[in-house]
Design a protein around this ligand. Structure first.
Ligand SMILES: [Zn+2]
Length: 154
């Protein structure tokens, strides 16, 4: 789990170092002046103006969405902290801020796996993995997170 956490922090830093347009994801942009001491860029593809700071905000929003998705799926604050590398205190604050409530069911707890696209494909080839169970897949960095719950799990 710590390897995973470090990987995401690394991916995050890498992304911020080589930003792409927050509007269309193009990496064809030119410098377009300084606004409030920050370098501003103009996307050559769609014309959108952005600063690197704005990109940082965009990444933060991505993590807020992922954290809340996982919370709704029944994962604990500590589990989300381990997966995303975000402190459980931040997650608790977001749950409060966005007024997220999940149906009360203390027995329900899904299992989860982090898989690459190929691993995901292999997983679905085996029908044993799917009988009597439901799965939900969400993107996570350049991998996928598979959340699985079983119908008759004790
Ligand atoms: Zn653009």
């Amino acid at each position: 789990m710590y390897i995973l956490l470090n990987y995401y922090i690394y991916a995050k830093l890498l992304y911020m170092k080589h930003p792409s347009c927050p509007n269309c994801s193009s990496d064809h942009y030119v410098k377009s002046g300084i606004i409030n001491n920050r370098q501003r860029y103009k996307c050559k593809k769609c014309g959108y103006n952005f600063t690197v700071n704005k990109l940082g905000k965009k990444i933060d929003d991505y993590y807020v969405n992922k954290a809340l998705q996982l919370y709704l799926e029944g994962l604990t604050y500590r589990e989300i902290e381990r997966i995303l590398g975000i402190s459980h205190v931040s997650i608790m604050n977001w749950v409060k801020k966005y007024n997220i409530k999940r149906p009360y069911n203390s027995n329900y707890h899904p299992t989860y796996k982090i898989l690459s696209a190929t691993e995901l494909s292999n997983y679905f080839q085996d029908t044993q993995n799917l009988s009597g169970a439901g799965v939900l897949i969400t993107e996570l960095g350049d991998k996928f997170m598979l959340i699985k719950w079983e119908r008759f799990k004790e």
